[in-house]
Design a protein around this ligand. Structure first.
Ligand code: AMP
Length: 404
């Protein structure tokens, strides 16, 4: 079966077509600047069958136009990868928040669409656009099964004491306020790959996954099931990120709002978009640029760049250590996503203080890219770098649901 994976954002649609017989990528691409201005739009399509890549400025007023452009390219004689759309067996959609209802991916029907709409207040920046992608595909490919994969599903196995906030309980009941967690598809994928590397049965494993990218989160996974994760009701909680503050004293919100004469919404914008390692360093939200300034003593922001990295490493280490406690030990720690996969420095600095727990990595193996066992000599816990593949995870879930 060939599965089309769609990740529809506010002004973009990313896609991959995957052959699930061999789990190989057939084509990928993205549409950007959808509905930004009249006539605006950009598309890039990369077939993986030797045909040339295609890139064009093209008017994309709506998500429906973007999906149409994608499907056209997938069957085009010059740039296509399938002879007809009927070769596509199913479509898997990334959806941000499935609320407390969806512990698994779901075959889209009228009630699933209603639920994604109902949970828009829990994912106001994503759920509406995810839904646009689903509706556009239903319109363009009638009869082809559509599956929704929620970023929150994998974390639904958390026990109540891990997902409950210590605020008046009535608000949890009234407004569904609780920890949901995000990046679930990534945590699920890399933890399943780690189980394979451990050569163990999932039910016998304790794994801590560190998804460290522009957005970052950690998850504690026992027996293949998530028992805790660092992001919360929204992706703002947890470790500091590229531009997000991560967990802070909530009283800071009022303090900044009053002092700077900002509204709560403006203050939250500041915590989401102007904080994190960007806010501390003043350099960038991109860890490569911060690392470059942090290595050059002549740079004016040298000290702040170093502080930003230290704050980030320290907070990730704290979550790692607390999840080690929550799991009663660990069989593996996994690093993934842009920074986790690529920065040997980040992996080394985060794990260094854990030597006291008998956790250490091998400095030479740590330099190697890809899926690598970087466990140090005598370490009590295996440490892996595993490139994430959320699209493949969505495609696996989609295939499993359609074939059920
Ligand atoms: P992601 O959100 O997973 O795409 O990750 C993006 C983040 O990964 C950005 O902050 C990048 O700077 C960071 N990143 C990617 N490659 C490297 C690298 N070689 N060294 C340090 N950071 C990197």
């Amino acid at each position: 079966m060939k599965v089309l994976v769609i990740n529809a954002g506010s002004s973009s649609v990313k896609y991959q077509l995957i052959d699930m017989t061999t789990e190989t990528l057939i084509a990928k691409g993205l549409c950007e600047k959808i509905g930004i201005a009249p006539g605006s739009g950009h598309m890039k399509h990369s077939p993986q069958n030797g045909k040339p890549a295609y890139e064009v400025e093209i008017a994309l007023p709506t998500h429906t136009d973007a999906i149409k452009a994608v499907l056209e390219k997938l069957v085009s004689p010059e740039f296509g990868v399938v002879s007809s759309l009927s070769d596509i067996g199913a479509v898997g959609h990334r959806v941000l928040n499935g609320g407390p209802k969806y512990a698994e991916s779901a075959l889209v029907d009228a009630s699933v669409i209603k639920d994604i709409e109902y949970f828009i207040p829990l994912g106001p920046l994503h759920n509406p656009h995810n839904l646009s992608g689903i509706r556009a595909c239903i319109g363009a490919m009638p009869g082809v099964p559509q599956v929704a994969t929620f970023d929150t599903s994998f974390h639904q196995t958390m026990p109540d004491y891990a997902y409950t906030y210590a605020i008046p309980y009535k608000y949890q009941e009234k407004y569904h306020i609780r920890r949901y967690g995000f990046h679930g598809t990534s945590h699920k994928y890399v933890s399943q790959e780690a189980v394979k590397l451990l050569g163990a049965k999932a039910e016998n494993t304790r794994i801590i996954t560190c998804h460290l990218g522009n957005g970052s989160s950690l998850a504690a996974i026992r027996g293949g099931k998530c028992i805790d994760t660092s992001m919360g009701l929204t992706p703002l909680e947890g470790v500091p990120m590229g531009t997000r503050s991560g967990s802070i004293d909530p009283a800071i919100v009022e303090y900044i709002a009053d002092s700077e004469k900002l509204t709560v919404a403006e203050t939250l914008h500041l915590l989401n978009h102007e904080s994190g390692v960007l806010g501390i360093s003043g350099v960038s939200s991109d860890f490569r640029e911060i690392e470059a300034v942090a290595e050059n003593g002549g740079e004016p922001l040298y000290a702040r760049a170093n502080l930003a990295l230290k704050v980030f490493y320290y907070n990730v280490m704290k979550y790692l250590a607390s999840y080690y406690g929550a799991l009663g030990g660990a069989d593996a720690i996994v690093f993934t996503a842009g920074l986790g996969e690529n920065s040997a420095e980040a992996r080394a600095e985060i794990t260094k203080p854990l030597a006291g727990l008998g956790i250490s990595l091998d400095p030479e193996k740590n330099k190697v890219r890809g899926t690598v066992d970087i466990t140090g000599n005598g370490s009590k816990v295996r440490i892996f770098t595993i490139p994430t593949n959320e699209e493949l995870m969505i495609a696996r879930d989609t295939k499993a649901i359609v074939e059920r």
